[in-house]
Design a protein around this ligand. Structure first.
Ligand code: GDG
Length: 428
């Protein structure tokens, strides 16, 4: 169940969407433009997203956003409960847009098994407590049986918020809330490794990758792919690339930064401003350093079919991820899976992306240190082939092993187990 990402024009269209999604066993939750403004653009993206990504100054604590967030969470709850759910079913609530949903469901149905997975970071309690409605949000989550995050430090951050905001003392990795024990654990998400590996062997994709390689000839191709978002460190990346061209003029005409920025939330003012700033910096770098036969940055602001994405992964010599904060970052894992044939690629990865905790054989950088990103690019460009392949081999085996099915299996099995423990303790 989820918002289909679209507002139907009329009831006929709504019905059509409903029927199409039903074929895939999906149920749409339709939202109005007003809901989206207050709930999605407002509370989700102007309060929770910046707070969870440590961008306190971007947060707008507007009461109307909070009201819309409560209303839409209640609306989701109503639709979930209409589905004839039995106590054998398990509900898995995904992400920060639905933090109140576990409690709303629990109030109606004490028998349900509810897991919550947060895809973005959970900040320290000192940041989280800035939200005027922090108590309600924490209580909303604490009706789940299992609360899960991508990486280790998020769990203690959440438990510290329970302690310092609600006064609930954690015990190991759990916290007692009323009569229930809520487990707070970590399940790093993976990707569909086989899908990206298979794509990278397909004829269509290989042909597209050849076209790209021809287009850029022997130049080193540095790739970045992310949604338009200040948390992705796009401006920092551009500054570092400019420093590279300044400090190492011999690299001019020998490298290209291929930057794909996928449109996202660009009706939100901060995102609009970011987009303008990216346009300005790209224009500046291309104008100052470019020449008749070389454009330093190829920049697209759109989204591509997955085959094109895969061709970019294959063609790229280096993948550059500069997130200032990132729950996990799947792009870097997709890049690695696409290198499972020849292991010929280098990943530069922000230490603030969850993936950095798993991928030790990457060049890790502090994305706020422009000089470090620049030196990492220089190092990656000249890394000998043997070292590139050794590092990539190790990264490939991590991404292959901890893939999406592995994640799902662990998370779902643990949710089962937690529920059984709770039932056992209730019957004692
Ligand atoms: C959130 C968290 C966490 C991108 N451009 C295109 C396209 N994509 C796909 C990528 C990748 C996904 O979008 C982006 O995933 P990320 O993980 O990199 O980032 P977020 O969107 O911010 O995701 C993040 C994630 O949730 C999962 O828990 O890792 O930390 O912020 O799969 O391939 N796909 C296609 N065309 C594009 O142009 N087809």
């Amino acid at each position: 169940m989820g918002w289909p990402g679209y507002i139907p024009e009329d009831e006929n269209e709504e019905q059509l969407i409903r029927m199409e999604l039903a074929k895939m066993n999906l149920i749409p939750v339709f939202l109005t433009a007003e809901d989206l403004e207050g709930y999605y653009e407002g509370f989700s993206n102007k309060v929770l997203w910046p707070i969870c990504h440590y961008r306190l100054s971007y947060a707008v604590f507007e009461k109307s956003y909070w009201l819309a967030y409560q209303k839409v969470n209640q609306y989701f709850c109503n639709i979930v409960l209409k589905q004839n759910i039995t106590s054998k079913d398990e509900l898995r609530v995904h992400d920060y847009q639905l933090m109140l949903l576990p409690q709303l469901l629990r109030q109606q149905r004490s028998d349900l098994t509810i897991g919550y997975f947060q895809h973005i970071p959970f900040p320290t309690d000192e940041i989280f407590r800035c939200i005027p409605w922090r108590n309600e949000l924490l209580k909303g989550l604490l009706s789940a049986d299992l609360i899960a995050f991508h990486t280790y430090h998020n769990a203690p951050n959440f438990l510290n918020s329970c302690l310092n905001i609600l006064g609930l003392s954690p015990k190991n990795n759990s916290v007692r809330c009323r009569d229930r024990c809520v487990h707070v654990e970590v399940f790093p998400m993976g990707i569909d490794f086989d899908k990206f590996k298979a794509l990278s062997c397909s004829e269509v994709v290989l042909a597209k990758a050849e076209v790209l390689k021809d287009q850029y000839q022997k130049r080193k191709l540095i790739l970045s792919i992310d949604r338009l978002d200040s948390s992705k460190g796009i401006l920092e990346r551009l500054s570092a690339y400019e420093s590279l061209l300044q400090q190492y003029p011999e690299l001019r005409n020998k490298v290209v930064l291929y930057m794909l920025v996928v449109p996202s939330r660009d009706t939100v003012t901060q995102y609009k401003l970011l987009r303008g700033e990216i346009d300005r910096m790209v224009g500046h770098i291309n104008a100052v350093y470019g020449s008749d036969d070389w454009t330093p940055i190829t920049y697209f602001y759109n989204s591509l079919p997955v085959e094109d994405l895969s061709a970019l992964y294959i063609a790229a010599d280096i993948c550059l991820v500069t997130s200032l904060r990132d729950g996990m970052n799947l792009v870097c894992k997709e890049y690695i899976a696409s290198k499972a044939q020849d292991y010929n690629g280098v990943l530069i990865l922000s230490e603030f992306a969850g993936a950095a905790k798993q991928l030790s054989e990457t060049i890790q950088i502090n994305p706020n240190a422009i000089e470090d990103i620049m030196q990492a690019m220089h190092f990656a460009i000249y890394m000998p082939k043997l070292e590139r392949q050794q590092r990539m081999r190790s990264n490939v085996s991590m991404v292959k092993k901890f893939n999406i099915s592995h994640w799902a299996k662990l998370f779902f099995a643990r949710l089962h187990e937690v529920k059984r423990e709770q039932e056992a303790s209730a019957s004692r």
